[in-house]
Design a protein around this ligand. Sequence first.
Ligand code: IDP
Ligand code: MG
Length: 154
Amino acid sequence: MLEKTLVLLKPCTFERGLIGEIINRFEKKGLRIAGMKMLQLDDEILAEHYAHLVGKPFFGILKESMMRTPVVAMCLEGVDAISVVRTMTGSTNGRNADPGTIRGDYCMSNQQNIVHASDSPESAQAELNRFFRPEEIFDLGSLNMPRLYALDEV
Ligand code: IDP
Ligand code: MG
């Protein structure tokens, strides 16, 4: 099924000058960019976005690290995009993430781990609504679809 998913390029990626390189990986894979912008996160949006981690001892430093610079938010679209992007992202801890994944190739950290990616259809929907207004996500129609997929895949 054609899906949309949310990716955030974290401040560590911004600071290390890896924004273009990470976007390039998603583009080369064949995911279509349906929305993209820079924004500064704050306490409120991070408490919502990382609600499942609010009680953890590392929550404070996680929040600080996510506010150090603006982030780049992307809406990526493709067949099974949610699981494809999670697979490309790799395990949370960059030290354990498989080589070939983004975290496996670009980081050594459990926290400064380059990207956030939605983990289910429910979270993708909620997270896209959290970071994008409806008019910031574009209808790409059939753009490039015949080259990306066989006729019976879409
Ligand atoms: P995910 O990003 O792979 O989905 P989550 O468990 O949802 O992992 O955690 C969200 C983010 O919180 C991680 O990407 C990482 O930045 C941070 N985080 C998760 N677990 C830890 C930890 O044990 N120590 C420090 N930071 C963590
Ligand atoms: Mg998560």
